[in-house]
Design a binder for this molecule. Structure first.
Ligand code: SF4
Length: 125
């Protein structure tokens, strides 16, 4: 298959989310969207890294700072990056912020705010 160029926003700080099929996966996804909207980080396509799309793995490796937001301790986003030899500088696990995992796919706004605050706190550290 042709190695198409990704249209992810370029930026020195990039964020990937597990986007898993659970409330916490969707909270991870929505939080990455909010970080992009706030111009904190460019939302990067994790699936492209998982698919070993050459140009996308290269772009991810070239990020000045990579943030991985995972829904739960399985940490699919961080592990996908690590498989491609990319070590996230900041790793957030939504359930570690006191948010319980459930299959309902709802991204609670208050939970997203908690994630955003945590990311900003880690960026400032
Ligand atoms: S980290 Fe957890 S919520 Fe996210 S995709 Fe993996 S198993 Fe699903």
């Amino acid at each position: 298959m042709e190695d198409k160029k990704c249209l992810c926003r370029n930026g020195d700080i990039k964020v990937v989310a597990c986007s898993g099929a659970s409330n916490v996966g969707q909270i991870a996804n929505q939080s990455a969207i909010e970080l992009a909207k706030d111009n904190v980080a460019g939302f990067f396509c994790l699936a492209g890294v998982g698919a070993h799309i050459k140009g996308m793995v290269k772009s991810a490796k070239e990020a000045g700072l990579m943030i991985a937001i995972d829904g739960c301790p399985v940490q699919c986003a961080a592990k996908t990056l690590q498989h491609a030899e990319i070590e996230p500088a900041i790793q957030i696990v939504v359930t570690e912020l006191g948010i319980e995992k459930s299959p309902d796919l709802v991204h609670d706004e208050k939970a997203c705010i908690k994630v955003l605050e945590k990311v900003k706190e880690e960026l400032a550290a």
